[in-house]
Design a binder for this molecule. Structure first.
Ligand SMILES: CCCCCCC/C=C/C(=O)SCCNC(=O)CCNC(=O)[C@H](O)C(C)(C)COP(=O)(O)OP(=O)(O)OC[C@H]1O[C@@H](n2cnc3c(N)ncnc32)[C@H](O)[C@@H]1OP(=O)(O)O
Length: 719
């Protein structure tokens, strides 16, 4: 809806009304068309101001309407009518002007923004382009290079940057609407021809071809298979080379291709999934809207290795007072320097003062006595963590929430070491902890709703995407990673190379294939875990055949590499070779290939031809199958949780939505059929055996992913 009123005698004030972000729904578009007509037809009105209700200008087209039978006036003619008006129209931008919201403002003759407003054309992040004239007007207004930067990245800019670029005409620190009304009165009656952006010639840029070629190359590289950024470049090129109306035609054509693409669906799903994970719930009935978090002013971090340092930085940057504890004096000094350096660099990047005084350091665990929440981040060793938790339970004040940063250890077991197990949760950060967006918040059967809510809220404060997950080995991300890695090893045994496997995964859209990623993280990390689990052991040590462990097929390839001291990038050798220890450029290693040949010969394995499709199916469907098991076990509330974990923590290409969304796009029947096929070929690999939930979903007609929660509930109630 849009409301109309007259202010200051001769200014028609149009207020967009569609909380919370005044998205341009059919009703809002109709409201704008009607009120603009009314203002232009009123002889008393000399100028018009458009604003949004509740201090928010407009969040763009209503994404919830996409994919529905969209009715109501179209944005393009609506904006065109505003631009063609014979009375000045001023956009009063408070809060946000994003996507269609900014395109609406670009159709106005003037723009006045509040100093705290954010503006941008983020359509590319939803798999679209600014198709309400944004790709044609913005380059005409601010030039091709700046427009390309904003449109292909979808980044939000501040009002100050918008003023500098020429996107807005005035910035105010006070009442934006009052300033816009005053502005409107000052320009009323003045000629408007020079204010219609669509009539501007695109500012000349030297060597346009070279510019577009360079940008296209960069975009293709970073897009990892996403089509929207490429379409954005093509649309801006049309603005630079064609008359406005032909450019608009091109914009429309490109949008039509994107709008119906699977990628746009995936990205829009991901947008809503990211918000859905914030509305967490647990099987015991705890929920986001009924659980009150405990206020956290003072947080403590125990253990200042790589993870602990990153966590301390993330907490301080979020404005908390941090007590950083490391018992080893030398480590403590090193950590203090490292944390200060990270804070200084981060502050420089963000143009703020470093929060150095937020962090105090101690070598004594008793220093955490006043903390509201403690995050233990010591070495991934259960005995050590147990000791720390017993100490924390003794020294912390009553009510302190105790968290463990672990990538997979049993949170419940640690809780049992404390006097108040209900106050214990896991916080699985991803390295580097001050950079990576994902946080798995792990609740045990005894964790109180308040403890979960506190950790979830703290994650939000640190700018993380936090997902509440149940306690199981590896939680969600690492539990699903296990069958994926296992398939990659098996494929090597059967004839693939690391290069082939990585190529398949990188062409799918992962930033790095599994072997390059393992080299980067360090092969010794998994080796240590496998040793602790009794899997990695010298050949014949337990009398078991080398390729069988605990009754199942096992590949010792990773262990054999570690025995050779090949730990990946850090040692200059792993699945690839690097120019030096710590080098980052991977190249194919002839040693590795002859090692694989020797290994196959020793175990009587005959290499066969493996294609990219088999690599994808084996690795991805095994991972997805485990995702179904996780859903079946009730470890997460819905598929969105899994998808967000994979997109934000494991490099799953966002334009493919996440593993569960991808399965639904491929078709559950097809995933089931291919898993059955691969399991038949490898009956000794339980991870390839289709999970019963997948079978049940297929029997229920393979519902789309947004209906799985509901179907799951129904299926569970039938058990
Ligand atoms: C062929 C016909 C189509 C022609 C289209 C022409 C071209 C135009 C395209 C577009 O405009 S696409 C939309 C572009 N806009 C965006 O991408 C903005 C998306 N929103 C955000 O980035 C954020 O929501 C925000 C606006 C920065 C606010 O962030 P905040 O953290 O404050 O709140 P949220 O929890 O994110 O959102 C609150 C609430 O609002 C819903 N919402 C936000 N934006 C939209 C929107 N554009 N349409 C519909 N709904 C929106 C969001 O989902 C939240 O609701 P719940 O999901 O929690 O119910």
């Amino acid at each position: 809806m849009a409301q109309y009123s007259r202010v200051s005698g001769s200014v028609g004030l149009i207020t967009l009304q569609n909380p919370p972000v005044n998205a341009l729904s059919a009703a809002v578009r109709q409201g704008i068309v009607d009120t603009v007509k009314r203002a232009l037809g009123d002889p008393e009105v000399k100028a018009v101001v458009i604003r949004g209700q509740n201090g928010v200008f407009c969040g763009g087209a209503d994404i919830k309407e996409f994919g529905t039978n969209m009715s109501g006036p179209h944005l393009v003619p609506m904006i065109h009518a505003i631009e063609a008006a014979n009375k000045p129209v001023v956009a009063a931008i408070e809060g946000i002007a994003l996507g269609g919201g900014l395109e609406l403002a670009l159709g106005c003759h003037y723009r006045v923004a509040h100093s705290k407003a954010r503006l941008g054309l983020p359509e590319v992040t939803l798999g679209l382009l600014p198709a309400a004239g944004g790709t044609q007007r913005l380059p005409r207004l601010i030039g091709v290079p700046a427009a390309l930067d904003l449109i292909t990245k979808g980044r939000h800019i501040t009002a100050a940057e918008a003023l500098q670029l020429g996107v807005v005409d005035q910035v105010t620190g006070h009442g934006t609407v009052d300033a816009a009304v005053k502005f409107a009165l000052s320009v009323a009656g003045k000629p408007l021809d020079a204010r219609r952006i669509s009539t501007y010639p695109c500012p000349r840029t030297s060597d346009l071809d070279a510019l577009f070629e360079g940008v296209m190359q960069k975009v293709r590289q970073s897009a990892r298979g996403a089509i929207a950024p490429i379409a954005c470049v093509q649309a801006v090129r049309a603005a630079a080379t064609l008359p406005y109306l032909q450019g608009m035609e091109r914009e429309k054509e490109l949008m039509a291709t994107l709008f119906t693409s699977g990628q746009a669906r995936a990205l829009q799903y991901s947008f809503f999934a990211q918000r859905a994970v914030g509305r967490w719930s647990t099987p015991s009935g705890a929920r986001w809207d009924t659980s009150k978090p405990r206020p956290v002013h003072i947080a403590a971090v125990i253990g200042l290795g790589t993870m602990g340092r990153g966590i301390a930085v993330a907490l301080a940057q979020a404005g908390l007072s941090v007590i950083a504890v490391e018992t080893q004096e030398k480590q403590l000094m090193e950590a203090k320097q490292a944390v200060s350096g990270m804070l200084e660099r981060g502050a420089k990047r963000r143009g703020v003062a470093p929060a150095l005084d937020k962090v105090s350091y101690s070598h004594d665990i008793k220093a955490v006595a006043d903390a509201d929440l403690v995050i233990e981040a010591v070495f991934e060793d259960m005995a050590l963590k147990r000791t720390v938790f017993r100490q924390l339970s003794a020294v912390c004040k009553p009510g302190t929430v105790l968290c463990t940063n672990t990538s997979g250890l049993d949170v419940e077991h640690l809780a049992s070491q404390t006097r108040n197990p209900q106050l214990v949760v896991g916080m699985h950060f991803f390295a580097p902890a001050h950079v990576m967006k994902l946080l798995e918040v792990v609740y045990g059967p005894q964790s109180s709703p308040q403890a979960v809510a506190t950790a979830m809220q703290l994650g939000k404060k640190m700018g993380k995407v936090s997902v509440a997950v149940g306690n199981c080995r590896g939680f969600v991300g690492n539990r699903m990673l296990k069958p994926y890695l296992e398939q990659a090893f098996f494929l090597l045994e059967e004839g693939a190379t690391p290069e082939l496997v990585d190529r398949a995964l990188e062409e799918f859209g992962f930033p790095m294939g599994v072997f390059k990623m393992s080299d980067l993280s360090g092969l010794d990390v998994g080796w240590r875990v496998r040793k602790a689990d009794g899997l990695a052991e010298p050949v014949g040590a337990s009398g078991q055949p080398a390729r069988i462990r605990q009754g199942q097929r096992y590949s010792p390839l990773g262990d054999l590499l570690c025995e050779q001291g090949r730990f990946g990038q850090k040692t200059g050798r792993g699945w690839y070779q690097y120019d030096k220890s710590g080098g980052q450029v991977a190249s194919s290693d002839p040693w590795l290939h002859s090692f694989l040949e020797g290994y196959r010969a020793m175990h009587g394995l005959v290499a066969r031809r493996i294609d990219l499709q088999e690599v994808l199916e084996r690795c991805l469907y095994a991972l997805i199958n485990e995702g179904f098991r996780i859903l079946e076990d009730g470890i997460v509330a819905g598929p969105e949780d899994i998808d967000i974990i994979y997109v934000f923590g494991y490099g799953w290409p966002r334009h493919r939505g996440g593993p569960m969304f991808y399965a639904s796009m491929v078709g559950l029947e097809r995933v089931l059929e291919r898993l059955e096929h691969h399991h038949k070929a490898h009956p000794d690999v339980p991870h390839l055996q289709p999970c019963s939930l997948l079978r049940r979903l297929v029997s229920s007609g393979s519902p789309p992913v947004h209906r799985w929660r509901e179907v799951l509930k129904k299926l569970n109630s039938q058990l």
